[in-house]
Design a binder for this molecule. Sequence first.
Ligand code: XMP
Length: 333
Amino acid sequence: MPGNGYGKEQCMSIAEISLERLQPEAFIRDQVAAIRAAVGSDVAISALSGGVDSAVVTLIGHRALGDQLKTYFIDNGLMREGEPEQIARWFAELDVPVEIVDARDAFFAALKGVTDPEEKREKGITQVFYKDVVGDLVRTSGAKVLLQGTIFTDVEETSAGVKRQHNVFEQIGIDPQKEFGYRVVEPLLQLRKPGVRVVGKALGLPEAIWSRPPFPGPALAARVIGEATPERIALVRKATVVVEEELAGCGAFQYLAVLHEDRVTGLRDGRRDFGHQVEVRCWDSQDAVTATPTELDFGLLRRIADRITSEVPGVVSVTYNITSKPSSCIEAV
Ligand code: XMP
């Protein structure tokens, strides 16, 4: 993790485009031209994650490069229920072929025994993703460039030392060409999330994609406190299904379930059960820089708790976060 403030000048040198100033059609035209100039006659790779940013980058990249762009969904084992297949289906409908790459074993091997949040991001996600998995794809496809959906907020938070976002390199002094063997092109660097959504809509992405709540690159590993084992990821994945079903359409910026490391005493079928606890978070926010907990209806919260304790094996307790960002962060890791 770079020290606080490292790279701040690079962040400040990015000309942020505010929502008021954003002209989506002109932005898309400029980025299509910039991608063509950066990639030339080479092959580029785009890696979808299910998030809005990578979806928008993929579509701009496809518009710029056509068949010169290879689009992958890297299944790291940390994704939400059915996500790889759903994303591949959505993009097939947009005539963008997506190859699903099964990299589950590599990620879980790297995450084994890792409990520190920043080490999880760095060792477990960044190194395996960029060096091993994308590195292999680059070698087999002959690609020279990775298109990536880094946004202004990612650089800002990393540069300020808040959190090392998994996808920030050049702005903190890491040269991807030297480190991983390919160049990284980042068409969305000047935008924050609301701007990315506007561009996604203008590109003709289905609303189901451009209006999706944000989802972090480290995926469900960012929602398991302590070691992200396949079993613990499966547990938080099930809780996520409940939270997303119950809170879809509630109008919040983002909602999620977190699996805690501590166990708590509970009761099940008249017997003591020393079980898991899940924390539900639901955020009102404009741009993820600051956020406040959504004042959800208490009956709705009770229903979420009932469903999680009955549908997710071993969970005996569900809590709701009532802290703002700051001091909390949106994700728990
Ligand atoms: P935090 O947890 O820093 O999150 O308040 C702010 C926003 O960023 C997302 N997030 C990430 N996105 N890589 C990403 O691509 C990351 O490492 C990462 N960490 C947090 C988070 O979901 C929220 O929308």
